[in-house]
Design a protein around this ligand. Structure first.
Ligand code: PLP
Length: 406
């Protein structure tokens, strides 16, 4: 793509100017967390410099300003994901908490004989809470298997879904392999038997603008820090009809209507699920991050990242003994690879010396690594602020690591 304003974009990210081990930083660990543009950093500085106050309960000006900004951020996020109602947007501490909130709610509703389906491509945070839920309720956890190219086995899915299926959990995009899953199809099939679907959108949100009404999804969870926002904040979208039915996750201030020692009644949505003082600044900055990404535009981002992915894939493929895991037809800018006979950790260490940040290990997706019978991979994940020169730097660094280690 020739007219993508990459030079201008890079100036928005102060961290991209720094050096690591004497070399310019090449940050390719975006699937773990993204970097923060100055528009978002400024928003955080402004909050603490001008209107830091607790929300929803103060009559004073600062508290009202903070409440207005926090609720305006909720509205931005609602519009971004095209939720119908503002009460369907629950602020959380991130994807993990969003999933736990839903699992906790369902652990009061499921019984022995019920079945839940989880995909083989999940992040641990979309496996462990459901295991805990199943242990508690006696529901059965069934696994939707994957294929060697990193796609889900949709024929197996058709066989797994049945009248006992109550819930299906799948990520929109796999953080370990980059596979974009056919979630629309998955949701449609689940609906036919009346099962609810939770989509883990943590890895998709920085690349694809999901439309929760069009998807007709019941729950969709994201983290701000994967999409240019701060850590420790995220959002759970839940259909109002579901959120009204689910039991609150935590008790505390903000989530109640009336409290006495005899009885407590809960607040309405979204506050029922937002106990305690939230990450106010984080929520506001999440809104700023969404504004920032929309200014660049998700279509332009997807196209540019796709070009980076194609170039990196082609160049890495040419390295002898290098194997890429996850070659799905639909994938985002994540490349997981190994070089025959070399431990991924050693590659990661050498490329770091050259200023390049990649991730090594199991990427919180041990079942995928077990499937391929490997301890882990080297993972390079690209964002819209990466360049073709950085792709080239990665390829050269991997070649150098291979020379040194073999
Ligand atoms: C990062 C990630 C998570 C966990 O997000 P947290 O912000 O750590 O809660 C879950 N699922 C996927 C697919 C991810 O990429």
């Amino acid at each position: 793509m020739t007219n993508f304003p990459i030079d201008k974009i890079r100036l928005d990210f102060p961290i991209l100017q720094r050096k690591v081990n004497g070399k310019p930083l090449v940050y390719l660990d975006n699937a773990a967390t993204s970097q923060t543009p100055k528009q978002v950093i400024d928003c955080i500085v402004e909050y603490y410099s001008l209107y830091n106050a607790n929300i929803h309960r103060g009559v004073h000006t600062l508290s009202q300003e903070a409440t207005d900004a926090y609720e305006a951020a909720r509205e931005k996020i609602r519009v971004h994901f095209n939720a119908k109602h503002r009460e369907e947007i629950i602020f959380t501490s991130g994807t993990t908490e969003g999933i736990n909130l839903v699992a906790h709610g369902f652990s009061k509703r499921l019984k022995k004989g019920d079945e839940v389906i989880v995909s083989a491509l999940e992040h641990h945070s979309n496996i462990v809470p459901w295991q805990m839920m199943c242990e508690e309720t006696g529901a059965k956890l069934r696994v939707l298997p994957m294929l060697p190219n990193g796609e889900l086995d949709m024929n197996a899915y058709a066989d797994l879904v049945n009248a006992n299926t109550k819930l299906v959990f799948v990520n929109h995009i796999s953080n370990a392999l980059g596979t974009i899953n056919p979630i629309k199809q998955i949701i449609e099939k689940a609906k036919k038997v009346g099962a609810a679907v939770l989509i883990d959108g943590a890895q998709a949100a920085p690349h694809i603008k999901a439309d929760v009404q069009d998807l007709d999804v019941d729950f969709y969870v994201v983290s701000a820090h994967k999409m240019c926002g701060p850590t420790g904040v995220g959002v759970l979208f839940g259909k109002k009809t579901w959120l009204e039915k689910l039991h609150p996750y935590q008790g505390g201030g903000e989530m109640i209507d009336q409290v006495s020692f005899e009885q407590t009644t809960y607040a309405g949505l979204p506050h029922k699920f937002e106990a305690g003082t939230p990450n106010i600044c984080g929520g506001i900055a999440f809104g700023a991050a969404i504004d920032y990404m929309n200014t660049i535009g998700f279509e332009a981002i997807a196209q540019y990242e796709h070009d980076l992915l194609v170039k990196a894939t082609q160049a890495l493929f040419e390295i002898d003994g290098l194997k890429i895991y996850g070659t799905a037809k639909e994938k985002t800018s994540v490349i997981s690879f190994n070089i025959e006979g070399i431990h991924p950790y050693d590659i990661g260490t050498i490329v770091d010396k050259l200023g390049i940040a990649v991730r090594t290990g199991h990427h919180c997706a041990k079942p995928i690594m077990d499937y391929y019978k490997i301890p882990g991979t080297v993972r390079a994940s690209f964002a819209f602020y990466n360049t073709f020169e950085e792709v080239e730097a990665l390829v050269q660094a991997v070649k150098k690591a291979k020379e040194m280690l073999s």
